[in-house]
Design a protein around this ligand. Structure first.
Ligand SMILES: [Zn+2]
Length: 342
């Protein structure tokens, strides 16, 4: 994969959306086309209900989407749909598009986060790194073109580090699409603020978040459903893939893919036997090919639409001691990393 583009945007929400839209004009058009197979299965009523929830709870991020549509010269409805296609995909094929592995170690009194961002083949070549300044918050995030920042991995100027992994329980309900909620989480100022946003009512779809707060010296895993949530305090080591594992959700009806279960068991084994340098151990875990093709470092299959054959689009590590993000330009086993600082 060629290098991941880097882009800086600043200003109010609408201006930021406008800048991103102008910069990635062609890519946004492309992704609208590539996600058309999901749009065909959507309904006007479901889309309208999701739009109304966003307008009610998060008008500032609606402005960002409007800016992105204007900047890229696309219809607002088409760009809004990119924010909610996961909800429709989840209704079409529960568990399809399951993605990502997150790992955390305690390190020198702080935390080291490792995350593989996996995706469907439609997103190959569709990611970028964004440095954003809104006046209240500076952030760096790994982003998808056409989709609001915040749904993969990010750090912000309030000392928060976050990574997201998808979960697959009940079909999505009309509400705030998770990508819009993820964008709002990126503006959180502390753990309580983050939890208030991430666990609020009117969610369309559940997800898992790993949150590290440097200022509060704490880290949490958070599993959410549209109606409920559970948290786990992160101690010495932690991992999450794409199924609910907290005791609270023991009986939840969920789709657990072979990939998610296999990655979970493999990483658990590696994490449990952790010794020596933690940064080196993290790199080893994120580029592991054990049980391939169901491995942590995923090489997919471009000719397949199979559920377990996603691709690792990028691999990210963040050390809370300096809050810098090390981002690989593709699979971590073969790619150079670039370092990004707030
Ligand atoms: Zn690999």
């Amino acid at each position: 994969m060629a290098g991941i583009p880097f882009f800086e945007a600043s200003g109010r929400n609408h201006e930021i959306g406008l800048q991103i839209g102008e910069r990635f004009r062609k890519n946004i058009r492309d992704v609208i086309d590539r996600i058309q197979f999901v749009r065909e299965r959507s309904s006007e009523n479901f889309e309208r209900a999701c739009r109304e929830s966003c307008e009610k709870h998060f008008p500032q991020y609606v402005e960002e989407i409007e800016g992105m549509a204007e900047g890229s010269g696309q219809e607002y409805g088409d760009v809004f749909f990119l924010q909610m296609y996961k909800e429709v995909l989840n209704k079409m094929l529960p568990g399809d598009g399951e993605k990502c592995t997150s790992v955390v170690f305690r390190k020198n009194g702080g935390f080291l986060l490792g995350h593989n961002e996996d995706g469907i083949k439609e997103h190959l070549g569709n990611i970028y790194v964004l440095k954003m300044e809104t006046g209240q918050t500076r952030s760096i995030s790994l982003c998808y073109m056409g989709i609001l920042p915040g749904n993969a991995v990010w750090v912000n100027s309030h000392g928060l580090i976050c990574s997201l992994t998808s979960l697959h329980a009940k079909p999505a309900k009309p509400g705030i699409p998770k990508y819009v909620l993820n964008r709002a989480m990126m503006d959180a100022r502390n753990t309580d603020d983050f939890l208030r946003i991430a666990t609020g009512k009117d969610k369309a779809l559940g997800f898992h978040a790993t949150l590290i707060s440097k200022k509060e010296s704490r880290a949490l895993g958070i599993e959410t459903t549209p109606e409920d949530y559970g948290t786990a305090i992160i101690g010495d080591r932690y991992l999450h893939t794409n199924h609910y594992v907290f005791g609270k959700f023991r009986n939840i009806s969920q789709f657990v893919s072979d990939s998610s279960r296999t990655r979970y068991e493999r990483v658990k084994e590696m994490v449990d036997s952790l010794k020596g340098d933690k940064t080196a151990s993290m790199a080893k875990i994120l580029s592991d090919h054990g049980n391939s093709p169901l491995s942590v470092c995923r090489h997919g299959d471009p000719s397949s639409t199979g559920r377990t054959l996603n691709f690792t689009l990028s691999s990210v590590t963040v050390d809370s001691s300096d809050m810098t993000m090390r981002i690989s330009q593709g699979n971590p086993c073969t790619s150079e990393c670039k370092t990004y600082s707030l």
